[in-house]
Structures are given as C-alpha cells and as structure tokens.
Write a protein that binds this ligand. Structure first.
Ligand code: SF4
Length: 460
C-alpha cells in the first residue's frame, strides 16, 4: 500500500470591500496585510468567499447609505460579514450600534483602526489556516494604492470640534503615532519602490500636540514628534530615494511657516492641502474651525513669497447655516484674491449627530446648491487661469499610466496634482521612437496646453 499524497487544504478566502477616504484605505491595508501574513487568501466575489469584511465610511449621509447597502449585499450573497471602519462606531436612532440596528445578522462590528479586533472576529468564524505563508507577504505589507504612491497616516482622531463634523465623536481625540514608527514605515515604503508619499491625518499641523512634542528616536538620533521635524526627516529620506513627499490636511497655524523653506528647497513638494472651509470670520466661528482667527490672506501671501511655486488646494462649504449673502460674497472675494489653485466645494448638508444641525437659520437646499455652483464657477476660473500660466514650462511628471511603454503616450501628474483629487497631465507620444515611459518613473515634459483641470505635455 502506498501513502496517498498529502493534500494541501485550500486556504480560506476572505472578501474585502474598502469604502471611504484615503485614511480608511490605510486601515484596509493593515487588515489585508495581516490576513495575508496568516495565510488567508482574498476573494474577488462575495459568493466565492468564506467571509466578507466591509470597511465602511460614516462621514456624510451618502457614504452611510453606500456602506449600509454594501453590507446588505454582502449578507445576501455570502451571509458571513464583519464590519469595520467609521460607520461601525456610529450609534443608531435607538442609541445602540447603527450597523447592528440595520443589519442584526452581521458577525461583528468594530470602529476604525481595529485590525486586531477584526482579526479576532475572522479567527472565530473562519479559523486560521494551518501553515501561514508568511514569506509571501512583502516586508512593507500589502498596499491598495498603485505601487508607486502610498499614504502615510501620522495620527488618528482630532482635538477640534467643528460643528459640521462627527469625526471626533467617531474617532476620538488626536493620537499621534510615534515619530520613529512613522519614519520607519516611510523608509520601508520608499525601499519598496514608492515614489510619492502622501502624508495624511485629520490635522497634520497638530502632529505631536497630544505627546507634548516629545522627543522620539529615529536612526539613532533624537527627533521631536512635531510636523516641522517630521517633514525634515521625510525630506531627507525622500531625497535619498528620489521620491516626493506631499502634505495633506494642514491647518494654517503660524508654525506651518517653518516648512515653506523646506518646500522652496524641494525637500517636500510645494503643495499644501489646507481645508479652509470658509473665509468669513463669523461663519468660521459658527463652524468652530481651527485657526479661525488667522489672517489667511496675508498668510497665503507670505507663503507664496517664501515659495513662489506653492500650489494650494482647499475645500469649502457653501450655504452653512445662517450664511448671509454678504458672508457668501466674502468667500467669493477670498477665492479670487487667495488664488487657490485647486478648490472643491460642498453645498452644506446636515450630517446626523453633528452640532451644526442645531444652529438657527438653516438655508433651503436650493440656495445652498445655488451658492455651491456660484462658488465653483469662480473657483474654476481661478484654477483655469493659473493652469494656463504653466503652458510652455517644463515640469517633472510622475507617470501613472503608460500602456505599451508609453509609445502612444500616457497619463501622469506633476507636483501640483495629488492622486485621485486633482488634475492630471496627459502625456503625448514621445517624439523619439526610442523614448519610453514607465509607470512609477519620473519624466520631464513640456506643457503644451491646458484642458479643464488637466495639462497636456510632451515628454522631452
Ligand atoms: S478639524 Fe474639524 S473637520 Fe477636521 S476632523 Fe477635526 S473636527 Fe472634523
């Protein structure tokens, strides 16, 4: 009698849906990395999975609906569902957990950044495979973004209490990650080939406040847990790897001035994502915005003097409760004077649980929408004028897409374009047949035209 061949049992498969913002994506990456490390596989379909994890978003009502619908679909097609993310931390009308109220049959519900709790739930319902293929996990983990750019989350939560926002009630107060840990992750990402690192948090300029800017250690040297020092170290790392560092969600506090010289030298991209939300001091006060007392026009002017290349992206809210026509026009004037390169605008929309819902003088939805459209008309004009000034210049472009080695051209971004939210640079076919373009590599390109939010450029 011969021994029958040992059968390797098929690895259990986990379906995964990641909804929500880039911050939620990094949570998804941590969970997927852990799943892979333990030998689970992922399934592209709900039906083909042994269990489904849904990473939800709870920020605005549309996102809540999308998340609840996705959970419903996963339950219908699979039946075994674990829910994580911002919506998982939200209470329903009865004060109990909203997800459980709407979908009582889910197996487990956790809030955001709860990798271990999610893994515990997975282990209960789909036991760990016997032999984890640990070696299959790259040391930098599993990333959901294309290989050449990655998000680096430096903190969680927020100490502010903006009246339109429920993030602090879901994610709690600011908790900064230790500076050595953040820099070690940045180094791993650069070593794995990342060419653009996007620094994210709820409030990047507040990094380290909760730790009283304590001194941590990196590479055998003391480094303070503070935005300026973090940026200096990131700039040095990025330079060694020929990569970009881009900052998101920076509030205009005075100490932000300190990083402008670093931007002018090119260590960190001269790009600032500053969520102003409004310009009028009274509206900002009703919004309880951080840095609302700052003189933002003067500050922007000083920043541009220190770093003429600076590109500013921002978001705004039109039609906030009580916004008068005069306050709204103040915002339009601000937009024209501040020359914000890239602006997004939401018509105010009440979010369940937000303090702003109790403010008097809620504007009718049509007026909020009309103001949003008026704002965007001004913003697009400013943006188009600023883009047109780039025609004729030569810029460094990071290639995102280049089929057939870019012989027919491709798509990339300059320092002025963050992935997914800003414009793009459409790359024409290089003139020389031998010249190729590769995804994740930089190319110099001459700007030949501006088209809407995008530029058209010829690789040189
Ligand atoms: S700064 Fe304001 S809008 Fe941003 S997360 Fe904190 S509370 Fe919300």
């Amino acid at each position: 009698m011969t021994d029958s061949p040992t059968r390797v049992p098929a690895a259990p498969k986990i379906g995964f849906v990641s909804l929500g913002c880039p911050k939620a994506l990094t949570d998804s990456e941590l969970i997927l990395t852990q799943l892979r490390a333990e030998g689970y596989e992922t399934s592209r379909t709900f039906a083909g999975a042994d269990l489904v994890i849904v990473n939800t978003c709870g920020f605005i009502d549309d996102a809540v609906k999308e998340s609840l619908d996705t959970i419903g679909e996963a339950l219908a097609e699979n039946g075994k569902v674990v829910v994580t993310g911002c919506l998982g931390a939200k209470a329903g009308s009865d004060g109990a957990n909203l997800v459980r109220q709407m979908h009582p049959s889910v197996l487990a519900v956790t809030g955001p950044h709860a990798t271990q709790e999610v893994m515990d739930a997975v282990h209960v319902h789909v036991p760990k495979p016997h032999d984890p293929f640990v070696d299959l996990v790259p040391p930098q983990g599993v990333k959901l973004t294309p290989k050449h750019y990655a998000y680096l989350k430096i903190s969680e939560g927020c100490n502010h209490r903006c009246t339109f926002c429920i993030i602090p009630s879901m994610r709690g107060d600011l908790v900064s990650r230790p500076v050595g840990e953040v820099l070690a992750e940045a180094q791993r990402l650069f070593e794995s080939g990342v060419k653009e690192l996007l620094v994210i948090s709820q409030d990047t300029s507040a990094y380290g406040v909760d730790l009283k800017y304590r001194t941590g250690f990196w590479d055998g040297k003391p480094v303070r847990t503070r935005m300026t020092e973090l940026c200096e170290q990131l700039a040095a790392l990025a330079e060694r790897h020929g990569a970009w560092v881009r900052l998101h969600y920076v509030y205009p506090y005075p100490h932000v001035d300190e990083i402008l010289p670093l931007m002018a030298r090119g260590g960190v991209l001269p790009y600032l994502d500053v969520p102003f939300q409004h310009s009028h001091p009274e509206v900002l006060r009703r919004m309880k915005r951080p840095a609302s007392g700052e003189k933002n026009l003067e500050r922007l002017q000083r920043w541009r003097e220190a770093c003429p290349e600076l590109v500013v992206r921002s978001t705004f809210i039109a039609g906030f409760p009580g916004e008068t026509e005069a306050e709204f026009e103040h915002l339009l004037d601000f937009m024209r004077e501040a020359q914000i390169d890239r602006a997004g605008c939401f018509a105010y929309s009440p979010v369940e649980g937000a303090a702003a819902n109790a403010l008097p003088d809620m504007l009718p939805p049509e007026l909020r929408e009309e103001r949003r459209a008026r704002f965007m008309a001004v913003a697009e004009q400013v943006s188009a004028d600023r883009l047109r000034r780039r025609v004729g210049a030569t810029m460094q472009v990071l290639v995102d897409h280049a089929p057939a080695l870019g012989r027919q051209g491709g798509v990339g971004r300059s320092y002025a374009d963050a992935p997914e939210i800003d414009g793009r640079v459409r790359l024409l076919a290089p003139e020389k047949a031998s010249r190729t373009l590769k995804v994740g590599e930089f190319t110099r390109a001459r700007i030949v035209a501006a088209e809407g939010h995008d530029l058209v450029a010829l690789p040189v």
